[in-house]
Design a binder for this molecule. Structure first.
Ligand SMILES: [Zn+2]
Length: 484
């Protein structure tokens, strides 16, 4: 007899547990009638068509959407609870398709940057060294709740969660133990042995890395890494591609993951990594900063999603360092000045790229700031796109949800029409996650995940930062608009 249940048995158990929880939530086990809720609002935006239904009513039965239409056509059945949101605008619950709920590092103080350089990683990101996994998952639970309160009803969590922090948080939310969005969890991120993390004590480096990552070193190790994550019941595989990752290695990851019906999201920033991801057949490319037009065309032809992460657009880092002791009094005004100069340089670069210039050998700074051209070229290429906040930062003065949502309107600033911004975090994201049958739109049969804003998000996309009503699975999580 197996000492451990096989992962298939575990999956069946989890599915049964989820069904049981669903039945309990709907009151069916106790023989009660299903819960019926009618949500009424001035408008409902359909991200697919961009059309608004005004006024609109949504009938919800036991956590799922049953009917959508004009209020006069939907008569609330006896016993239905009505939530009237007045003139507000309803949207599908928002999807953050790239986040990191279990990290919130504070940038190191300026004097530490050079003295304790740690590769591409801030020491604070390697929480495995200094935090108990239990403490981290509780911090993650707070971030999850804050995301939900801001209207994010689904997240795809792509790494930096310890061995099983995100899968356990997902299960705790599904079981109703803590409040949070639906989570697609990636477990440990697959990385190559490279400069991703440097200057760890070499005697301990591998042991530390294994708490947070799975190393790809050849095709066998690549397959093994997928199986290790699969044992933790992940929903998706996350790989960080760099110049060390080969097409056969990534191909092995993808083949193994697809065999288990898991999609593969690949972090790829530079041209080489993006090409490796395309050649190996990734499902989505995360960040994609240096994608050329030719690469966008290949992505389009192969049906690979482009996942925008407008995290550091604008003066994001100045803002988050501002509220901490990271910057000296001297650096602070210097950084503000350089934000402005970079903005100018970046605008010039965007103009050149739009005229067909080759991407220059960019510094890290300008890499972060090519969004205008990138956004516009991706839109022109017809490649499928979604967006994620890539939030994994402590943002003084904002909750995790507020910090995450604040990233999406920046896509509009970079030239994406408001409707496409909404699509990037609803319908398109649902398709990228492979969950288009259950989330991303307000349609019969889908989960009752809804948000509402007071104004018109198509006219002012920053309305998304002021979500006044959130519903997940039926019950309202937040309602500042009408009676509960
Ligand atoms: Zn990320």
């Amino acid at each position: 007899m197996n000492r451990h249940p096989s992962s298939r048995t575990r999956k069946v158990c989890i599915i049964l547990a989820a069904l049981f929880t669903g039945l309990l939530a709907s009151g069916r086990l106790a023989g009660q009638a299903p819960t019926l809720t009618l949500v009424k609002a001035g408008h409902l935006i359909d991200p697919r068509t961009g059309k608004a239904l005004s006024p609109a009513a949504v009938l919800i039965e036991s956590g799922k959407i049953k009917e959508v239409g004009p209020p006069e056509r939907i008569q609330p059945p006896a016993g239905a609870k009505t939530i009237d949101l007045g003139n507000a605008t309803l949207l599908p619950g928002l999807i953050d398709s790239h986040t990191h709920l279990l990290v919130d590092p504070i940038g190191p103080a300026e004097v530490e940057w050079a003295r304790h350089y740690n590769g591409a990683f801030l020491p604070g990101l390697l929480l495995a060294i200094v935090e108990s996994p239990s403490k981290r998952v509780l911090m993650g639970a707070q971030a999850a709740r804050e995301d939900l309160e801001s209207g994010i009803t689904t997240v795809r969590n792509l790494g930096h969660s310890g061995i099983d922090g995100d899968t356990e948080l997902r299960d705790a939310i599904n079981a109703g133990r803590v409040v949070g969005p639906r989570i697609l969890a990636s477990g440990r991120k697959l990385i190559t042995r490279s400069d991703y993390v440097q200057n760890l004590n070499p005697a301990l480096a591998d042991a530390i890395l294994e708490q947070e990552f799975l190393l790809i070193d050849g095709t066998d190790r690549a397959r093994q890494a997928v199986r290790q994550n699969e044992f933790q019941n992940v929903d998706v595989i996350k790989v960080a591609a760099d110049e060390n990752l080969t097409v056969p290695e990534l191909g092995a990851v993808i083949e193994e993951a697809h065999r288990k019906h898991l999609k593969v999201a690949v972090h790829a920033v530079d041209k080489t990594s993006i090409q490796t991801s395309i050649d190996a057949g990734a499902d989505s490319i995360e960040h994609g900063n240096e994608a050329t037009d030719a690469q966008l065309k290949q992505m389009h032809d192969k049906g690979i999603f482009f996942d925008f992460t407008p995290t550091s657009y604008g003066d994001f880092f100045t803002k988050i360092f501002d509220g901490t002791i990271a910057m000296s009094l001297k650096l602070r005004p210097e950084r503000r000045g350089s934000d402005e100069r970079t903005r100018q340089r970046y605008n010039d670069l965007a103009q050149q790229l739009l005229k067909g210039a080759e991407f220059p050998d960019a510094s890290d700074e300008s890499r972060d700031r090519v969004y205008d051209s990138l956004v516009q070229r991706v839109m022109k290429s017809g490649v499928k796109f979604a967006a994620g906040s890539d939030m994994g930062w402590f943002y003084p003065g904002k909750t995790r949800g507020e910090a995450s949502i604040s990233r999406f309107p920046t896509l509009h600033k970079a030239g994406m029409p408001s409707l496409d911004v909404i699509r990037a975090i609803t319908t398109n994201a649902a398709e990228m996650l492979g969950w288009q049958d259950r989330i991303g739109a307000v349609e019969p049969g889908k989960f009752a995940d809804l948000v509402a804003v007071s104004g018109d998000p198509l006219a002012d996309i920053s309305e998304l930062e002021r979500v006044r009503f959130v519903m997940k699975d039926g019950p309202a999580v937040r309602n500042e608009l009408g009676p509960r």
